[in-house]
Ligand binder design. Structure first.
Ligand code: IPM
Ligand code: MN
Length: 352
Protein backbone atom coordinates (compact mmCIF):
# COMPACT_ATOMS: atom_id res chain seq x y z
CA UNK A 1 0.00 0.00 0.00
CA UNK A 2 1.34 3.41 -0.85
CA UNK A 3 1.84 5.96 1.87
CA UNK A 4 -0.45 8.90 2.49
CA UNK A 5 0.44 12.28 3.90
CA UNK A 6 -1.41 15.26 5.32
CA UNK A 7 -0.03 18.62 4.31
CA UNK A 8 -1.12 21.97 5.74
CA UNK A 9 -0.89 24.77 3.21
CA UNK A 10 -0.50 28.41 4.25
CA UNK A 11 -0.42 30.48 1.03
CA UNK A 12 -0.13 33.70 3.05
CA UNK A 13 0.35 37.17 1.63
CA UNK A 14 1.37 38.88 -1.60
CA UNK A 15 2.79 36.48 -4.15
CA UNK A 16 2.59 33.61 -1.62
CA UNK A 17 -0.62 32.14 -3.11
CA UNK A 18 0.74 32.29 -6.67
CA UNK A 19 3.95 30.43 -5.90
CA UNK A 20 2.17 27.96 -3.61
CA UNK A 21 -0.18 27.10 -6.49
CA UNK A 22 2.78 26.13 -8.63
CA UNK A 23 4.35 24.16 -5.79
CA UNK A 24 1.10 22.21 -5.36
CA UNK A 25 0.87 21.65 -9.10
CA UNK A 26 4.30 20.02 -9.04
CA UNK A 27 3.46 18.06 -5.89
CA UNK A 28 0.38 16.66 -7.59
CA UNK A 29 2.31 15.62 -10.67
CA UNK A 30 5.20 14.00 -8.82
CA UNK A 31 2.86 12.12 -6.48
CA UNK A 32 1.24 10.47 -9.46
CA UNK A 33 4.55 9.51 -10.99
CA UNK A 34 6.00 8.09 -7.79
CA UNK A 35 2.75 6.75 -6.40
CA UNK A 36 2.07 8.25 -3.02
CA UNK A 37 -1.09 9.89 -1.74
CA UNK A 38 -1.64 13.08 0.16
CA UNK A 39 -4.34 15.45 1.29
CA UNK A 40 -3.95 19.18 1.73
CA UNK A 41 -5.86 21.69 3.77
CA UNK A 42 -5.55 25.44 3.27
CA UNK A 43 -5.20 27.95 6.09
CA UNK A 44 -5.72 31.67 5.58
CA UNK A 45 -3.19 32.90 8.16
CA UNK A 46 -1.63 36.13 7.00
CA UNK A 47 -2.05 39.87 6.60
CA UNK A 48 -5.56 39.93 5.07
CA UNK A 49 -7.00 37.80 7.84
CA UNK A 50 -5.22 39.89 10.45
CA UNK A 51 -6.64 43.12 9.03
CA UNK A 52 -10.15 41.63 9.06
CA UNK A 53 -10.10 39.80 12.38
CA UNK A 54 -7.13 41.10 14.36
CA UNK A 55 -5.93 37.51 14.67
CA UNK A 56 -2.49 36.21 13.90
CA UNK A 57 -2.30 32.66 15.17
CA UNK A 58 -4.03 31.07 18.12
CA UNK A 59 -3.02 28.14 20.28
CA UNK A 60 -5.71 25.99 18.71
CA UNK A 61 -4.20 26.69 15.29
CA UNK A 62 -0.84 25.46 16.52
CA UNK A 63 -2.46 22.32 17.92
CA UNK A 64 -4.05 21.70 14.55
CA UNK A 65 -0.74 22.18 12.75
CA UNK A 66 0.77 19.52 14.97
CA UNK A 67 -1.31 16.85 13.24
CA UNK A 68 0.26 17.25 9.83
CA UNK A 69 3.08 15.44 8.05
CA UNK A 70 4.43 18.85 7.01
CA UNK A 71 3.49 22.48 6.37
CA UNK A 72 3.95 24.33 3.09
CA UNK A 73 4.08 28.11 3.49
CA UNK A 74 4.07 30.81 0.80
CA UNK A 75 4.95 34.17 2.33
CA UNK A 76 4.02 36.27 5.34
CA UNK A 77 4.16 40.08 5.22
CA UNK A 78 1.61 42.76 4.30
CA UNK A 79 2.25 46.41 3.35
CA UNK A 80 -0.66 47.62 5.51
CA UNK A 81 0.47 45.83 8.66
CA UNK A 82 3.19 47.28 10.87
CA UNK A 83 6.43 45.27 10.49
CA UNK A 84 6.86 42.73 13.26
CA UNK A 85 3.24 41.82 13.94
CA UNK A 86 2.81 39.12 11.32
CA UNK A 87 6.43 38.01 11.46
CA UNK A 88 6.40 37.35 15.18
CA UNK A 89 2.69 36.50 15.40
CA UNK A 90 2.67 33.95 12.61
CA UNK A 91 6.03 32.90 11.19
CA UNK A 92 8.12 32.96 14.35
CA UNK A 93 5.22 31.64 16.40
CA UNK A 94 4.98 28.61 14.13
CA UNK A 95 8.74 28.04 14.23
CA UNK A 96 8.90 28.34 18.01
CA UNK A 97 5.70 26.53 19.01
CA UNK A 98 6.39 23.61 16.70
CA UNK A 99 10.00 23.58 17.95
CA UNK A 100 11.38 23.76 14.44
CA UNK A 101 14.84 24.34 15.81
CA UNK A 102 16.69 24.02 12.52
CA UNK A 103 16.42 26.34 9.57
CA UNK A 104 17.97 24.46 6.70
CA UNK A 105 18.99 26.58 3.74
CA UNK A 106 20.72 24.97 0.78
CA UNK A 107 22.70 27.30 -1.46
CA UNK A 108 23.14 25.65 -4.80
CA UNK A 109 23.89 27.24 -8.13
CA UNK A 110 21.95 25.42 -10.83
CA UNK A 111 23.09 27.55 -13.72
CA UNK A 112 26.34 29.58 -13.59
CA UNK A 113 24.81 32.10 -16.00
CA UNK A 114 22.62 33.33 -13.12
CA UNK A 115 25.48 33.76 -10.64
CA UNK A 116 26.52 37.35 -9.94
CA UNK A 117 30.06 36.13 -9.16
CA UNK A 118 32.57 36.04 -11.96
CA UNK A 119 33.97 32.69 -13.14
CA UNK A 120 32.09 30.49 -10.69
CA UNK A 121 30.97 27.09 -11.87
CA UNK A 122 27.91 25.26 -10.59
CA UNK A 123 30.04 22.99 -8.38
CA UNK A 124 31.68 26.05 -6.77
CA UNK A 125 28.43 27.16 -5.15
CA UNK A 126 27.02 24.13 -3.37
CA UNK A 127 26.72 24.41 0.38
CA UNK A 128 24.08 24.27 3.08
CA UNK A 129 23.53 26.64 5.98
CA UNK A 130 22.19 25.08 9.17
CA UNK A 131 20.70 28.04 11.01
CA UNK A 132 19.63 27.69 14.64
CA UNK A 133 15.94 28.57 14.54
CA UNK A 134 14.64 28.79 18.10
CA UNK A 135 16.95 30.99 20.18
CA UNK A 136 19.54 33.76 19.89
CA UNK A 137 18.39 37.31 19.26
CA UNK A 138 15.11 35.96 17.89
CA UNK A 139 14.04 34.90 21.36
CA UNK A 140 12.66 38.43 21.80
CA UNK A 141 14.28 39.02 25.18
CA UNK A 142 15.17 42.50 26.28
CA UNK A 143 13.68 45.75 27.48
CA UNK A 144 13.52 49.48 27.18
CA UNK A 145 14.81 51.59 29.98
CA UNK A 146 13.72 55.19 30.34
CA UNK A 147 11.79 54.85 27.10
CA UNK A 148 11.18 58.10 25.31
CA UNK A 149 13.73 60.06 27.32
CA UNK A 150 17.11 61.21 26.13
CA UNK A 151 18.66 58.60 28.40
CA UNK A 152 16.75 55.77 26.76
CA UNK A 153 18.38 52.36 26.58
CA UNK A 154 17.15 49.45 24.44
CA UNK A 155 18.47 46.03 25.37
CA UNK A 156 18.12 43.03 23.06
CA UNK A 157 19.46 39.79 24.41
CA UNK A 158 20.91 36.86 22.53
CA UNK A 159 19.70 33.83 24.45
CA UNK A 160 21.70 30.64 23.93
CA UNK A 161 21.18 27.45 25.89
CA UNK A 162 23.65 24.58 25.95
CA UNK A 163 20.83 22.20 24.95
CA UNK A 164 19.67 24.45 22.13
CA UNK A 165 23.15 25.00 20.79
CA UNK A 166 24.11 21.36 21.10
CA UNK A 167 21.06 19.96 19.31
CA UNK A 168 21.67 22.35 16.43
CA UNK A 169 25.36 21.49 16.18
CA UNK A 170 24.60 17.76 16.35
CA UNK A 171 22.05 18.13 13.58
CA UNK A 172 24.69 19.91 11.47
CA UNK A 173 27.29 17.18 12.01
CA UNK A 174 24.77 14.45 11.17
CA UNK A 175 23.56 16.38 8.15
CA UNK A 176 27.13 16.88 6.92
CA UNK A 177 27.86 13.17 7.29
CA UNK A 178 24.68 12.19 5.48
CA UNK A 179 25.25 14.72 2.71
CA UNK A 180 28.61 13.06 2.19
CA UNK A 181 30.04 15.70 -0.10
CA UNK A 182 33.19 17.28 1.27
CA UNK A 183 32.41 16.30 4.85
CA UNK A 184 33.41 19.69 6.15
CA UNK A 185 31.49 21.61 8.78
CA UNK A 186 32.25 25.28 9.39
CA UNK A 187 31.12 27.06 12.53
CA UNK A 188 30.24 30.65 11.65
CA UNK A 189 30.34 32.95 14.68
CA UNK A 190 31.93 35.95 16.30
CA UNK A 191 34.18 34.61 19.06
CA UNK A 192 36.34 37.72 19.05
CA UNK A 193 33.59 40.07 20.23
CA UNK A 194 30.48 38.19 21.42
CA UNK A 195 32.44 36.37 24.07
CA UNK A 196 29.59 34.74 25.99
CA UNK A 197 27.43 33.34 23.24
CA UNK A 198 30.23 32.25 20.94
CA UNK A 199 32.29 30.80 23.73
CA UNK A 200 29.40 28.44 24.43
CA UNK A 201 28.96 27.70 20.73
CA UNK A 202 32.67 27.06 20.17
CA UNK A 203 33.09 24.83 23.21
CA UNK A 204 30.03 22.81 22.27
CA UNK A 205 31.17 22.56 18.66
CA UNK A 206 34.60 21.28 19.65
CA UNK A 207 33.19 18.76 22.09
CA UNK A 208 30.63 17.37 19.67
CA UNK A 209 33.25 17.28 16.90
CA UNK A 210 35.11 14.53 18.80
CA UNK A 211 32.20 12.21 18.05
CA UNK A 212 32.54 12.86 14.32
CA UNK A 213 36.16 12.08 13.42
CA UNK A 214 35.16 11.67 9.77
CA UNK A 215 34.07 15.34 9.53
CA UNK A 216 36.66 18.09 9.01
CA UNK A 217 35.85 21.15 11.10
CA UNK A 218 36.57 24.79 10.52
CA UNK A 219 35.68 28.14 12.08
CA UNK A 220 35.02 31.50 10.41
CA UNK A 221 33.88 34.79 11.90
CA UNK A 222 30.59 35.93 10.41
CA UNK A 223 32.08 38.99 8.75
CA UNK A 224 34.76 36.88 7.12
CA UNK A 225 32.11 34.34 6.11
CA UNK A 226 30.32 36.96 4.02
CA UNK A 227 33.61 37.75 2.35
CA UNK A 228 34.31 34.08 1.55
CA UNK A 229 30.76 33.57 0.23
CA UNK A 230 31.64 36.04 -2.49
CA UNK A 231 35.32 35.27 -2.98
CA UNK A 232 35.59 31.51 -2.41
CA UNK A 233 32.15 29.90 -2.01
CA UNK A 234 33.76 26.59 -3.03
CA UNK A 235 35.38 26.40 0.42
CA UNK A 236 32.06 25.63 2.07
CA UNK A 237 30.18 22.40 2.47
CA UNK A 238 27.96 22.74 5.56
CA UNK A 239 27.89 25.82 7.79
CA UNK A 240 26.33 25.96 11.24
CA UNK A 241 25.46 29.27 12.86
CA UNK A 242 23.04 31.06 15.17
CA UNK A 243 19.65 32.48 14.29
CA UNK A 244 20.66 36.08 13.49
CA UNK A 245 23.84 35.34 11.58
CA UNK A 246 22.00 32.57 9.74
CA UNK A 247 19.30 35.00 8.69
CA UNK A 248 21.85 37.44 7.29
CA UNK A 249 24.22 35.07 5.53
CA UNK A 250 21.43 33.12 3.85
CA UNK A 251 20.17 36.22 2.04
CA UNK A 252 23.68 36.59 0.68
CA UNK A 253 23.65 32.87 -0.07
CA UNK A 254 20.41 33.31 -2.01
CA UNK A 255 22.04 35.98 -4.15
CA UNK A 256 25.08 33.85 -5.03
CA UNK A 257 22.82 30.97 -6.06
CA UNK A 258 20.91 33.24 -8.42
CA UNK A 259 18.48 35.25 -6.29
CA UNK A 260 15.39 34.99 -4.09
CA UNK A 261 13.53 33.38 -6.98
CA UNK A 262 15.31 30.09 -6.40
CA UNK A 263 16.11 30.06 -2.67
CA UNK A 264 14.15 27.67 -0.45
CA UNK A 265 14.37 26.72 3.17
CA UNK A 266 13.02 24.23 5.67
CA UNK A 267 12.10 24.91 9.28
CA UNK A 268 12.83 21.50 10.68
CA UNK A 269 11.74 19.70 13.78
CA UNK A 270 13.52 16.37 13.26
CA UNK A 271 10.98 14.57 15.48
CA UNK A 272 7.92 16.71 14.76
CA UNK A 273 6.22 18.79 12.11
CA UNK A 274 8.46 20.73 9.73
CA UNK A 275 7.57 23.70 7.56
CA UNK A 276 8.92 24.56 4.13
CA UNK A 277 8.96 27.95 2.45
CA UNK A 278 10.55 30.01 -0.27
CA UNK A 279 12.88 32.33 1.67
CA UNK A 280 11.90 35.47 -0.23
CA UNK A 281 9.12 37.70 1.03
CA UNK A 282 5.61 38.49 -0.14
CA UNK A 283 6.83 40.80 -2.97
CA UNK A 284 3.77 43.14 -3.00
CA UNK A 285 4.81 44.89 -6.18
CA UNK A 286 4.65 41.66 -8.20
CA UNK A 287 1.46 40.37 -6.61
CA UNK A 288 -1.26 39.05 -8.91
CA UNK A 289 0.75 39.63 -12.10
CA UNK A 290 1.76 36.03 -12.80
CA UNK A 291 5.42 37.14 -13.05
CA UNK A 292 6.96 35.95 -9.78
CA UNK A 293 9.43 33.07 -9.95
CA UNK A 294 7.81 29.99 -8.36
CA UNK A 295 11.00 27.90 -8.35
CA UNK A 296 11.87 28.74 -4.74
CA UNK A 297 8.46 27.43 -3.67
CA UNK A 298 8.90 24.40 -5.90
CA UNK A 299 12.32 23.77 -4.35
CA UNK A 300 10.63 24.04 -0.94
CA UNK A 301 8.29 21.24 -2.07
CA UNK A 302 11.35 19.22 -3.04
CA UNK A 303 12.81 19.70 0.46
CA UNK A 304 9.44 18.83 2.02
CA UNK A 305 9.34 15.57 0.09
CA UNK A 306 12.83 14.61 1.23
CA UNK A 307 11.95 15.37 4.85
CA UNK A 308 8.76 13.27 4.88
CA UNK A 309 10.67 10.34 3.37
CA UNK A 310 9.79 10.69 -0.31
CA UNK A 311 13.41 11.17 -1.29
CA UNK A 312 13.02 9.95 -4.83
CA UNK A 313 10.17 12.37 -5.49
CA UNK A 314 12.15 15.21 -3.92
CA UNK A 315 15.09 14.50 -6.17
CA UNK A 316 12.88 14.28 -9.25
CA UNK A 317 11.52 17.75 -8.49
CA UNK A 318 14.96 19.22 -7.93
CA UNK A 319 16.33 17.59 -11.08
CA UNK A 320 13.50 19.05 -13.11
CA UNK A 321 14.17 22.51 -11.63
CA UNK A 322 17.85 22.12 -12.53
CA UNK A 323 16.97 21.11 -16.05
CA UNK A 324 14.66 24.00 -16.81
CA UNK A 325 17.00 26.44 -15.06
CA UNK A 326 19.76 25.32 -17.40
CA UNK A 327 17.80 25.02 -20.60
CA UNK A 328 14.70 27.21 -20.53
CA UNK A 329 14.73 30.21 -18.21
CA UNK A 330 16.24 33.49 -19.40
CA UNK A 331 16.59 34.79 -15.86
CA UNK A 332 15.53 33.84 -12.34
CA UNK A 333 14.16 37.32 -11.63
CA UNK A 334 10.47 38.17 -11.50
CA UNK A 335 9.15 39.29 -14.88
CA UNK A 336 12.35 38.36 -16.72
CA UNK A 337 12.15 34.59 -16.85
CA UNK A 338 10.81 34.46 -20.40
CA UNK A 339 7.80 32.63 -18.95
CA UNK A 340 4.97 33.45 -16.59
CA UNK A 341 4.72 32.04 -13.06
CA UNK A 342 2.29 29.33 -14.13
CA UNK A 343 4.29 28.48 -17.26
CA UNK A 344 7.37 27.88 -15.12
CA UNK A 345 5.29 25.51 -12.97
CA UNK A 346 4.15 23.73 -16.14
CA UNK A 347 7.74 23.41 -17.33
CA UNK A 348 8.77 21.75 -14.07
CA UNK A 349 5.86 19.31 -14.38
CA UNK A 350 6.74 18.51 -17.99
CA UNK A 351 10.37 17.80 -17.16
CA UNK A 352 9.74 15.59 -14.14
C1 IPM B 1 13.58 34.64 7.04
C2 IPM B 1 12.88 35.94 7.24
C3 IPM B 1 12.32 35.97 8.65
C4 IPM B 1 13.47 35.83 9.61
C5 IPM B 1 11.48 37.21 8.97
C6 IPM B 1 10.37 37.42 7.98
C7 IPM B 1 10.94 37.17 10.37
O1 IPM B 1 13.73 37.00 7.00
O2 IPM B 1 12.91 33.59 7.07
O3 IPM B 1 14.80 34.64 6.85
O4 IPM B 1 14.10 36.83 9.97
O5 IPM B 1 13.76 34.71 10.00
MN1 MN C 1 15.71 36.41 6.36
Amino acid sequence: MSKSYKIAVIPGDGTGPEVVNEGLKVLGAVSEKVGFKYETKNYDFGGERYLKTGKTLEDKDIQEMNQYSAIFLGAIGHPDVKPGILETGILLKLRFSLDQYINLRPVRLYNPAFCPLKDKKAEDVDFVVVRENSEGLYKGMGEFQKKGTKDEVAIQISYNTRKGVERCIRYAFDFCRKRNRRKKLTLCGKTNVLTFAWDLWERTFNEVAKEYPDITTDYAHVDATTMWFVKNPEWFDVIVTDNMFGDIITDLGAMVQGGMGIAAGGNINPVGVSMFEPIGGSAPKYTGKNVINPLAAICAVSMLLVEIGEEKAGKMVEDSVIKITQTKLKSLAAGKMGYSTSEVGDLVVKNL
